[in-house]
Ligand binder design. Structure first.
Ligand code: ADP
Ligand code: 5GP
Length: 211
């Protein structure tokens, strides 16, 4: 996909980033259920599957060797290492989904801020949303409450989360995940508002003007 492809498309891609434990998964799952035209870009990762996660739905869980082979083949739109594991956005998935975008589908991606920055540079026209916890204390409570990682892993995620928050100034929108339902509604509202932007409706407007 060239830069001009994504610029021309009236479809939309939304990148959502958040420090681990903020509630991004909870928010995304609900918004995806509410917005059937919004498709999730399933990333590849070498991290082990957590209870409740499904291969091919939450992530494609692959070995480090398989990840590196894909990397050599240029199969990622972007990739990063997080907490000792590799995460990558499939170039093919992104291309396919952005093609469907023209048939009425939009794309939502869960990518860290470094990956988000690369996407912003290479695929203009995206919408970038950062989710923040109400406080650093609450972030720690949620990370520990999730109870799926070791204490050492949680400490790593907490330190990284606080570091990540410093790099958010260029995002288009910030959502505080204080009340989950409000945060879900805010993300859905951002999507609806972005879909209503005049420049994204150019071809529909043309139909009226041509009359
Ligand atoms: P992430 O995907 O950002 O790592 P999760 O969605 O897994 O975060 O949420 C981390 C934990 O915080 C989960 O136990 C989840 O139920 C809880 N959580 C999410 N949002 C809220 C909220 N607004 N208030 C209280 N707890 C929340
Ligand atoms: P988790 O292990 O909690 O699912 O995700 C850890 C971090 O990796 C999160 O910040 C998440 O946004 C990020 N992440 C997930 N998929 C990708 C991806 O494809 N690319 C990049 N750069 N980050 C990703």
């Amino acid at each position: 996909m060239s830069k001009s492809d994504s610029q021309k498309s009236e479809g939309l891609y939304i990148v959502v980033s958040a420090p681990s434990g903020t509630g991004k998964t909870s928010i995304l799952r609900k918004v995806l259920r509410m917005c059937p035209n919004l498709l999730f870009s399933v990333s590849y990762t070498t991290r082990p599957r957590r209870p409740g996660e499904e291969d091919g739905k939450d992530y494609y869980f692959i070995t480090e060797k398989a990840f590196k082979d894909k990397l050599d083949e240029g199969e990622f739109a972007e990739w990063e290492e997080n907490y000792g594991h590799l995460y990558g956005t499939s170039l093919k998935t992104m291309k396919e989904l952005l093609h469907s975008v023209r048939k009425g589908f939009d794309l939502i991606l869960d990518v860290d801020w470094r990956g988000a920055k690369k996407l912003k540079k290479n695929y203009p026209g995206g919408v970038f949303v950062f989710i923040l916890p109400p406080s650093t204390r609450e972030l720690e409570r949620r990370l520990r409450g999730r109870g799926v990682e070791s204490k050492e892993d949680i400490d790593k995620r907490l330190a990284k989360a606080l570091d990540e928050i410093k790099g958010i100034v260029w995002y288009d929108y910030i959502i505080f995940n204080d009340h989950l339902e409000t945060a879900i509604d805010t993300l859905r509202s951002i999507y609806v508002a972005e879909k209503s932007k005049r420049e994204r409706l150019a071809s529909k407007i043309k139909e009226f003007i041509a009359l």
